[in-house]
Design a protein around this ligand. Structure first.
Ligand code: AN0
Ligand code: CP
Length: 317
């Protein structure tokens, strides 16, 4: 694997899950693999889990780790081409990227959708420049359209908890006061298309995801109908993809919050969320605190997904 920007690059999912299980069984088996290799983790946006789990994963592999918060302490970066740089930005991304590449062997990038241009976001202009100009294998730590390390951890978690071969997994939109990217739901839908689970997406009208991510999934605008018989409920807010309202908060419908009453419609489903989550917006306290909540095991599996992916990248250096 040269770069990791989509869950599809894992190839055969069963093999990837077996690789993840091996990592989980012995996290320190490959300490020689990363010796004298450096992972640079570049954050354009905030993070708790990705920052910690990816560092831990790299350390488990014997790597050195450098973390750069681009917006804290580095020069302000210009990203536009042909711009006369007479404003507050001191350095251009086109110099910064190859410079970063000089100091590491693999680069992780977190660069969320900016909601300024749907085309720029969906063309992954920041992530792709790192691929083009860093000279290093690049892995996504959530870019504009996908969060594959999260999706991989989510699938590992479902595999660990499912009690039937083909569980019903429902990804439901839920309310949030701010516009959030579509990366997590896009990526989760992409991951579900690699499984043989029954997968349903529930969201209000105007919130349908990009068709290339929805694929063959069933989409409904009726949350209660979707939840009936669900084995896993995967909640997430996202802002609209639709061109005329792209990235705007147009719906704040608290009727979509995942409550105890909503969970009662399911087949005693597990509750999932990538975190960070706003309580009593996305999900009520009692649901997230219930024994069926998998939010902490999901977060724990982020170390495993990151280590499995870093191992694959190191093996193809
Ligand atoms: C981000 C998002 O929704 O994409 C990160 C989730 C892992 N969430 C927030 O910005 C709150
Ligand atoms: N789930 C996740 O990626 O969390 P962070 O944004 O805290 O890294």
């Amino acid at each position: 694997m040269k770069h990791f920007t989509s869950i599809k690059q894992l190839g055969d999912l069963k093999d990837a899950l077996a690789a993840a299980a091996a990592v989980k069984a012995n996290r320190f088996a490959d300490q020689e693999l990363g010796k004298n290799k450096t992972a640079l983790l570049v954050f354009f946006n905030n993070s708790l889990r990705t920052r910690l789990s990816t560092q831990k994963a790299a350390q488990n592999l014997g790597m050195n780790v450098i973390v750069l918060d681009v917006n804290q302490g580095a020069w302000k970066l210009e990203t536009g081409h042909g711009v006369v740089m007479d404003g507050d930005k001191s350095e251009h991304l086109l110099e910064a990227i190859p410079v970063m590449g000089c100091y590491c062997d693999v680069i992780g990038i977190r660069s969320f959708a900016r909601f300024e241009s749907r085309d720029d976001d969906y063309n992954e202009v920041i992530l792709n420049q790192f691929i083009q100009y860093s000279g290093r294998p690049v892995f996504s730590m959530e870019a504009a359209t996908r969060h594959p390390l999260q999706t991989f951890a989510d699938i590992i978690t479902i595999e660990e908890h499912k009690t039937k071969a083909r569980p019903k997994v429902v990804m439901t939109w839920a309310p949030h006061p701010k516009a959030l990217p579509q990366a997590v739901p896009n990526s989760f839908a992409e991951g579900m298309s690699m499984t043989d689970y029954e997968f349903v997406i529930a969201n209000p009208e105007g919130y349908d995801l990009a068709p290339e991510f929805v694929g063959n999934a069933k989409v409904t605008h009726n949350q209660d109908e979707a939840l009936a018989g669900a084995d896993f409920v995967y909640a997430k807010n996202w802002a609209p993809y639709q061109a005329d309202i792209y990235g705007k908060v147009v719906n704040y419908d608290m009727g979509w919050t995942v409550t105890k009453e909503k969970m009662a419609l399911t087949n005693d489903a597990f509750f999932m969320h990538c975190l960070p989550v706003r309580r009593n917006m996305i999900v009520t306290d009692e649901v997230i605190e219930s024994p069926r909540s998998l939010v902490i095991p999901e977060a724990a599996n982020r170390e495993i997904s990151a280590q499995t992916v870093l191992k694959m990248l190191l093996q193809s250096l």
